[in-house]
Design a protein. Structure first.
Length: 737
């Protein structure tokens, strides 16, 4: 398309007919017109579509969204048209009202049925007299995902609702993005969350109470298992508290729970450090813990390796013998939930940590101790089977790995998954797992006055291309622009093009520096405030073509449901997140930008007073071969992380929007003209964002997806924003310079 979205099919509908006229004058003269029905006051007309397959880009890859002129036309399905008799000719419909008639056109164009040279298709229908405005809706024909690496919904987008009312009241038009996790899958998702959080809660609750409050030998084993005391001491049950637990070591005063007047011994301190690392989450700083199966597996690997050091150490006193015994108890519990291919007896690193089968874990949890302070232990895991891959949660739901956020309640001593992300305190707009949606499908919209002619045009009296259709000089003199249907009308054309109802985000990424610094110094200084500036320097990562891979684009703050004009329905909360992970090319070259990725979205017009900034999270995999520290914690090699960029429609220096001259974009003034309000995403426009991973971007890498409506987010990406005849966000640095 020329100045609009540059998506394919900016077609126009022509309504034509070789229609005579049957009517009686005052002297009852009869005119022979078999196509005019005086009983219904309708004219039988021929529809002609004029469709351009030229496009400039949409996504979930170029083919499904007709991103370029070379892409094959997918067709138009579920097509509906409404006719109106407005009080004046030459107007677009400005507000939802009741149509005079609706037309269920079904599949008006089959796939591959048009080309840019000859794109016409003719069908017949009847138009009421005095019709002067037409609305058109359609969606692309459902595609076949064979040959793609992703499910069809990810490749072609998905809607949960595409309601075009048959009672003619266009206020009932309802178009809703497809929610990613629903029904039985949502139940399973929540049960897996409960299972994983229960594993961590039970693990960190490991204690030496009840039957485990036993006498211990100097080697750190129960006396009935090992009565050797090479250092001349044993630990009786009276030597340590009967309610001793792992948490006992992480006390505020740093004293031994066995010898309260003595500072923690080395083995005790190691247990305390591990406990704090696992359970300390700085919620006041926006920190959350990654709760994906992959992240938990890596975390448990590190935890188990540290515990194994304590388990295999030689205790030097009674307190350390108790600590060693607790490490043994923790190991026993770890084995209930996780498999391990190598557990060295010399205190070395464990290898091959992975979750056991879910049903085996569930059976173990049923008998394991549970904190008395915690909520009731979860017990309903009815939908979970051994086929559910805990290591791949939540990825096997086609969700971002960073969508799983863990919290820890220090009072209850209980882990739980964060059910909503309301860090911006936006009442009533909490984001939940249900807020994640698929990108939109490819949709069409037309809102137009009509041209009419009294001549019989048959099939040859219409311009063939969009460029000609929009050029008044290409229409013969018998056509009347901005008119209405009469009984003598033989040709009717939809005056404006049919355009896309959806907006488009074009995403590219490039490196802004050859060497990237991580956040190691700040992380370590947070632990040791007296750290000198020269101590614990940031890690430096030299980039090449394989350092990071782009695996997803997440757009926050979107409306889930739009109405008749493809703008948000009244009452929408703008708390939907669109996740697009059907990335055509994950590669980010060492120099130059990545291949563009395209994401179909709804227009994000809010109201006349303000247009929202939009926050976009780019999902990457760390393929650098190194661990590095991000905003709050360590980003492990081969794990996912997120960098955030801000798209601000009021940012200085953006190119001015070129508004379309042949059709108005919603929202409309009362006379049907366009209220020209720039926003980040506009229907039928492509917004280009060129994101930049700068030298300091990694300092602001997140392990999980933060609240993408939150204006206090730490931005990791800078961005150049552009419209294709609209906004272009160029060079948006991710996370600072």
């Amino acid at each position: 398309m020329k100045k609009t979205l540059q998506m394919a099919l900016m077609g126009a509908i022509a309504l034509t007919g070789a229609v005579g006229m049957t009517g009686c004058s005052s002297d009852e003269e009869t005119v022979n017109n078999p196509n005019y029905n005086p009983a219904t006051n309708e004219v039988l007309a021929k529809f002609m579509f004029n469709v351009s397959t030229g496009n400039g880009g949409t996504r979930q890859s170029a083919g499904p969204t007709q991103a370029t002129e070379s892409e094959l036309f997918r067709g138009i399905d579920n097509a509906f048209m409404y006719s109106f008799k407005q009080t004046a000719d030459g107007r677009h419909l400005a507000a939802a009202t009741t149509a005079d008639k609706h037309y269920d056109l079904a599949q008006v164009l089959a796939p591959y049925s048009v080309s840019s040279e000859n794109s016409r298709r003719i069908i017949e229908t009847s138009l009421p007299l005095n019709t002067n405005t037409l609305l058109f809706y359609g969606r692309a024909v459902e595609g076949n995902a064979t040959g793609y690496a992703y499910p069809a919904y990810d490749v072609f987008g998905h809607l949960d609702d595409f309601t075009l009312p048959v009672d003619n009241d266009v206020n009932g038009v309802t178009i809703t993005l497809g929610q990613r996790v629903t029904g039985d899958n949502l139940t399973k998702y929540r049960q897996i969350e409960n299972l994983l959080s229960a594993i961590l809660t039970a693990l960190m609750n490991t204690n030496m109470a009840g039957d485990n409050h036993v006498a211990i030998s100097a080697s750190g084993k129960p006396l009935d298992e090992d009565d050797m005391a090479p250092y001349g001491f044993d630990v009786s049950t009276a030597d340590y508290p009967a309610d001793l637990s792992w948490a006992s070591y992480a006390n505020a005063d740093g004293k031994s729970p066995v010898e309260p007047t003595i500072d923690l011994y080395p083995l005790e301190k190691k247990l305390a450090d591990i406990y704090r690392e696992m359970t300390t989450i700085k919620n006041n700083l926006g920190e959350v813990h990654a709760g994906s199966g992959y992240a938990l597996r890596l975390t448990v690997h590190d935890l188990w390796t540290s515990i194994n050091e304590v388990r295999c150490a030689t205790p030097l006193n009674k307190s350390e013998a108790v600590a060693k015994y607790l490490a043994h108890r923790i190991t026993v519990r770890l084995k209930k939930y996780f498999g391990v291919t190598y557990l060295p007896s010399d205190g070395g690193a464990v290898e091959g940590v992975t979750f056991r089968d879910p049903l085996a874990i569930i059976a173990e949890l049923a008998t394991d101790e549970w904190p008395a302070t915690a909520d009731a232990k979860p017990s309903d895991f009815s939908t979970i089977t051994n086929a559910d891959r805990l290591n791949d949660f939540p990825g096997f739901f086609d969700m971002p790995f960073g969508a799983a956020h863990l919290s820890f309640d220090t009072s209850k001593k209980q882990f739980a998954y964060v059910k909503n992300f309301n860090t911006s305190a936006m009442a009533g707009e909490a984001v939940t797992i249900e807020s994640y949606c698929y990108p939109s499908e490819l949709l069409y919209f037309g809102n137009s006055p009509v041209r009419v002619s009294n001549d019989d045009k048959k099939t040859d009296g219409y311009p063939k291309t969009v460029a000609d259709w929009d050029n008044d000089l290409k229409w013969t003199s018998d056509w009347t622009k901005n008119s209405h249907v009469t009984s003598s009308t033989q040709g009717v054309a939809m005056q404006n093009d049919i355009n896309y109802g959806t907006a488009l985000l074009r995403t590219t990424v490039h490196y802004g520096a050859d060497v990237l610094k991580d956040n190691n110094h700040n992380i370590q200084k947070g632990k040791v405030p007296t750290l000198a500036d020269s101590d614990e320097p940031d890690k430096q990562i030299t980039v090449d073509g394989t350092t990071f891979q782009l695996t997803g684009v997440i757009v926050g703050g979107m409306a889930k449901t739009v109405g008749w004009n493809y703008l948000a329905k009244a009452g929408e909360t703008y708390s939907t997140w669109v996740y697009d992970h059907a990335i055509a090319s994950a590669a980010i070259p060492a120099s130059g930008s990545s291949a563009p990725n395209y994401t179909l979205l709804f227009d994000n017009y809010r109201d006349l007073e303000h247009q929202d900034k939009v926050y976009v999270a780019l999902e990457f995999i760390n393929k650098s071969g190194e661990d590095f520290f991000g905003e709050h914690g360590m980003i492990r090699k081969d794990s996912h992380f997120y960098l955030i960029g801000e798209l601000d429609p009021e940012k200085s220096g953006l190119n001015a929007i070129t508004w379309p001259t042949h059709h108005p974009l919603p929202p409309y003034n009362a006379d049907g003209t366009s209220i020209k309000t720039p926003r980040v995403f506009m229907q039928d426009y492509m917004t280009s964002a060129d994101f930049v991973i700068g030298a300091n971007s990694l300092k602001h890498a997140y392990l999980t997806v933060p609240d993408l409506r939150y204006s206090s987010l730490t931005l990791g990406l800078s961005v150049d924003l552009k419209w294709s005849t609209g906004l272009n966000f160029g060079d948006v640095i991710l996370g600072g310079n």
